[in-house]
Design a protein around this ligand. Structure first.
Ligand code: TYM
Length: 343
């Protein structure tokens, strides 16, 4: 059988889906369906590393799955499911907790950012989070992972865990017939504009689900008025747009809005500046609003329809979990043997 490369990615149900999730992740999940076996997960076990109201967790789980489908993922081609339905994620993450080193985890900048001054009081799960992420990916022996820029360090750690496991258990994996590495060294798929969408209010911060200011973030379910208002009030500088990409240097807010435009239009920053170079914000912002509404409104409409249909959503998630398990279980059977667990 021809080798089909496998892609895995996930989004945490810890808030409403936003434009950063769409441009950095979901939009790029869709075309991979044509070239890869694709597995897209709603990572509810990751979400609970910080407190989630159970009712919110459930609602956001459906919302993200609906967002996947509304944005163009086909549940018959991609495997779409929520993480907690496939127990093997937790099992492999425990094994990886015993492969990864404390020092590796301590270097994770996202942990440091999230824990802040309060590192002693955060959950143990938040610290071990990257090891669960490595388990998500390697459970399926995934070869590529599409993510936004903020996840790159976690993927480096995934590669470190894979390398150490491959090295530590070389004799056992060989005995099982594996001449080469047991786990693949997964590639990060993160290129193009808008890999790090910034807050609309502060070009130094990324757009995120947990931003306190509502004006910073465009949510996937925002209506046309909300989108237009947020773009109109986005922070900018007084200069017109440059004609070349080099002119965006040191202008984080301008760079962000141009990057968003390019990603939404499916073109490049260079093309956007060819069209808008010399234009002021009074011309660019309404054009960006119109484009954002034309792309996002149909997705939001479809999301609203899907989140209301629990029977259908449950069916899709259960079917996805069954198909995910069919890949995960034979791997896990081998991994238990490799590690030396008696069954
Ligand atoms: P999460 O839920 O924070 O974000 C989901 C995806 O959206 C991307 N993203 C962004 N991209 C561009 N600009 C932004 N402002 C922005 N904000 C978020 C993220 O890079 C990500 O691709 N740890 C992961 C979830 C996860 C995962 C995995 C991902 C768990 N297991 C295995 C890939 C593979 C996370 O918290 O993503």
């Amino acid at each position: 059988m021809a080798f089909v490369p496998r892609v895995f990615s996930g989004i945490k149900p810890s808030g409403d889906l936003h434009l950063g999730n769409y441009l950095g992740a979901i939009k790029r999940f869709v075309p991979l369906q044509d070239t890869h076996q694709t597995i897209y997960c709603v990572v509810d076990m990751h979400a609970i590393t910080v407190w989630q109201e159970p009712e919110d967790l459930r609602r956001w789980t459906y919302e993200i799955a609906a967002g996947y489908i509304a944005a163009g993922l086909d549940p018959t081609r991609s495997i779409i499911f929520n993480q907690s339905q496939v127990m093997e994620h937790a099992e492999l993450s425990w094994i990886f907790n015993c492969v990864a080193r404390m020092g590796w985890m301590e270097r994770m900048t996202q942990f440091k950012d999230k824990a802040g001054e309060n590192a002693e009081a955060v959950s143990l799960g938040l610290f071990a989070y990257p090891s669960l992420m490595a388990a998500d990916i390697l459970l399926y022996k995934s070869t590529g992972v599409p993510v936004g820029d903020d996840q790159k360090q976690h993927l480096e750690l995934t590669r470190d865990i894979a390398k150490k496991f491959n090295h530590d258990f070389r004799r056992q994996t060989k005995a099982l017939g594996y001449e080469a590495d047991y786990f693949p060294i997964t590639e990060t798929l993160a290129t193009g504009p808008a890999m790090r969408v910034k807050s609309l209010k502060d070009g130094a911060r990324k757009m995120s689900k947990s931003d306190a200011s509502d004006l910073s973030t465009i949510y996937m379910m925002d209506d046309a008025d909300a989108i237009a208002k947020k773009i109109k009030r986005a922070t900018t500088d007084p200069e017109p747009l440059p004609s070349e990409a080099a002119g965006l240097e040191g202008r984080a807010e301008a760079e962000n809005l141009v990057g968003i435009y390019a990603a939404l239009a499916g073109t490049s920053v260079v093309d956007v500046l060819t069209e808008f170079g010399g234009a002021g914000w009074g011309r660019f912002k309404p054009a960006l609003s119109d484009l954002a509404v034309s792309v996002l409104a149909p997705i939001a409409g479809e999301m609203r329809r899907l989140v209301g249909d629990f029977t259908e959503m449950d069916r899709i998630l259960r079917d996805g979990a069954d198909r995910a398990r069919a890949i995960a279980q034979p791997h896990m059977d081998e991994i238990r043997k490799i590690v030396g667990f008696v069954r």
